[in-house]
Design a protein around this ligand. Structure first.
Ligand code: ADP
Length: 244
């Protein structure tokens, strides 16, 4: 019995170690990609005599990659805060209408660029108990994905709220490429991306949904996805209503 227990815990440790190594190798790879782009462009800029316009293009590329790198580091810090229980959540009275209007305004330029309209359908005038900045982040990430995976279909995206008991249920509905059934659980794991070329080219680190899930669960809510390939995806999450 004792040896059996020892063997089991030994196997568990080996598995943890494997997971940790995979994680490190994934992180290193993700962080290396922008660095390579920055390094190459800088070298060219130093060696070659480009005209002003080309120089500006290359500098833009460098800045974009620095931003990407720094977003990724922020995301990694957040994931680590979430997993170690160090992320602190404020309890603010949040007017959902206000925050949704805010988010639509922020995301509209990107959506319009892809011919996508963002609509909202609010049930009453919901107030929830939440950390406003973190909730904004959840919306931005979900909309960002919805736009990314709807691009070039010209279909609208909808944000809907519905009160159910002590909670408000919030849905972000897209008519994009959808997610196969067997992937729907996994997309909430860190670094997981559904693997197909059409998805890969839209970029991202696979951290977004893991952070969103951590934030929502940190609020005492939950998040799930309903999706069908070729039809679209709906992300539904819950937040506690604000009680006066
Ligand atoms: P990222 O967007 O950086 O890849 P996320 O954690 O936000 O990482 O998403 C993980 C994966 O889930 C994405 O790579 C994509 O395959 C899938 N996904 C997320 N949102 C959608 C969506 N609205 N429609 C289709 N697929 C999605």
């Amino acid at each position: 019995k004792k040896t059996e227990q020892l063997e089991n815990s030994n196997q568990r440790l080996q598995k943890l170690n494997r997971v940790k190594n995979e994680f490190l190798s994934m992180v290193s790879h993700e962080l290396k990609t922008p660095l390579t782009a920055i390094r190459t462009s800088s070298e060219f800029l130093r060696e070659e005599d480009y005209d002003r316009e080309t120089q500006e293009e290359m500098l833009d590329l460098i800045i974009r990659n620095i931003d990407r790198q720094s977003r990724m580091v922020d995301d990694l810090l957040d994931i680590s805060r979430i997993e170690s229980g160090r992320m602190v959540f404020k309890e603010e009275k949040v007017d959902l209408k206000e925050i949704i209007d805010n988010v639509i305004q922020m995301m509209e330029p990107m959506a319009t660029k892809h011919g996508i309209a963002i609509e909202r359908e609010l049930d009453n005038d919901p107030r929830v108990k939440a950390d406003k900045d973190k909730l904004l982040r959840v919306f931005v990430n979900l909309l960002n994905n919805a736009i990314k995976f709807t691009a070039d279909r010209g279909e609208s995206i909808k944000i809907k709220t519905e009160e159910t008991g002590d909670f408000v249920e919030i849905s972000v509905i897209d008519k994009g490429i959808g997610i196969p059934e067997n992937e729907q659980e996994k997309i909430f794991e860190k670094f997981y991306q559904v693997d197909s070329t059409s998805r890969r080219k839209v970029g991202g680190s696979g951290l977004g949904l893991a952070i969103i899930k951590g934030i929502i669960e940190g609020h005492g809510g939950s998040i799930r996805v309903k999706s069908e390939p070729g039809v679209g995806s709906t992300f539904v999450f819950t937040l506690r209503k604000w009680e006066e």
